[in-house]
Design a protein around this ligand. Structure first.
Ligand code: NAP
Length: 305
């Protein structure tokens, strides 16, 4: 199937272009960018031009920051194209519900991707937890914003989510591996004095049976980076590390597997289109929205690059 990639920035180049090139399901047929070009394909300066010029391209994959995603997604759906959304699928829950409605009405597939859910050991973690009695779950997502988001001003602007940009990846894994639903019951969000989005957050969730479920996100971590989920059960401990790529069960050796995140997303998109289905799970975003609704706000030191 022919696909067009829209917004050629960091994630488009790091992951989408290589994943499409390696897939037997897809041919990258066009790129849309205000500033960049992709070698070997037709390039367009706007989505409208591409949609008009290339009716043969049935699928569009959107790689811009979330606050800029609704309009192009709605435009592509209105033009009868199937649409794949980078995470988080939008800046608000209501716009995501609206996109799902528009896609259903138009009879096209909409896929709100969560790349961390496709990390190599996430399904093994889910299977291990499925029939165990959980006592406590702790998420620790601590990374250096200067290293992973150099110069990206949008992450500090309304709709950019701040530390929830990586934190929502943790929540996408958490909501995939837990055998029950949780809901937020308290949060503290740390906003730099000069920024509109948080640099750190602590969340606690209410879970069935009083299981303690908590998360800490921090963008000020220098040195070793931490993307861990730890779960204690009546029958041992699970440690999922490196954003879902490494799993150790009950103190046993850590199992690693090759990175399959974006290959898995594009395979899933091919299946959705083939079967005329959509996949729009907004649970990770719901928890982020709840944190902004319920969270106590603290002002912390100003942030500069
Ligand atoms: P980025 O490089 O800063 O931006 C991606 C591209 O989006 C830009 O090159 C630009 O493309 C377009 N763009 C930027 N700001 C825009 C705006 N205000 N309005 C319209 N278009 C805009 O960001 P990124 O790191 O690739 O992240 C994009 C999305 O991927 C985010 O939702 C992020 O959460 C997700 N993601 C990022 C990573 C990562 O490691 N960076 C990993 C996984 C997922 P044009 O110049 O072509 O228009």
């Amino acid at each position: 199937m022919k696909i067009a990639l829209v917004s050629i920035g960091k994630i488009a180049r790091d992951q989408h272009i290589p994943a499409i090139a390696a897939s037997a399901d897809w041919t990258l047929a066009a790129a849309v960018s205000r500033n960049a070009t992709v070698e070997g394909v037709e390039n367009f300066g706007s989505l409208a031009e591409m949609l008009a010029a290339r009716p043969d391209i049935g699928v569009v994959s959107l790689c811009m920051p979330p606050a800029a995603r609704f309009e192009p997604a709605a435009e592509a759906i209105a033009a009868g194209r199937h649409v794949m959304l980078e995470k988080p699928p939008g800046a608000t829950l209501s716009e995501c519900f609206e996109l799902a409605r528009l896609a259903e009405t138009a009879g096209v597939s909409l896929y709100a991707t969560w790349h961390s859910r496709a990390a190599a050991q996430v399904q093994a973690a889910r299977a291990w937890l499925a029939d165990r009695n959980l006592r406590r779950v702790r998420v620790t997502w601590k990374e250096d914003v200067r290293r992973w988001h150099p110069g990206q001003e949008w992450i500090w602007q309304p709709g950019g989510l701040g530390v929830f940009d990586p934190g929502i990846n943790a929540l996408s894994i958490l909501t995939e591996i837990l055998p029950f639903a949780v809901h937020l019951d308290a949060a503290v969000l740390d906003f730099p004095a000069n920024r509109d989005t948080p640099i750190a957050a602590e969340l606690s969730f209410r879970a069935p049976g009083g299981v303690a479920v908590g998360a800490v996100f921090d963008w000020r971590q220098e040195g070793p980076q931490t993307w861990d989920i730890e779960a204690e059960t009546d029958e041992g401990r699970l440690l999922l590390q490196n954003g879902g790529a490494t799993l150790s069960l009950d103190g046993g050796p850590a199992a690693d597997a090759p990175d399959i995140e974006y290959a898995t997303l594009y395979k899933r998109m091919a299946e959705l289109v083939a079967h005329g289905r959509s996949d729009v799970d907004l649970a990770p975003m719901m928890h982020v929205a709840d944190a902004f609704t319920l969270g106590r706000r603290r002002q912390v030191a100003a942030f500069d690059w």
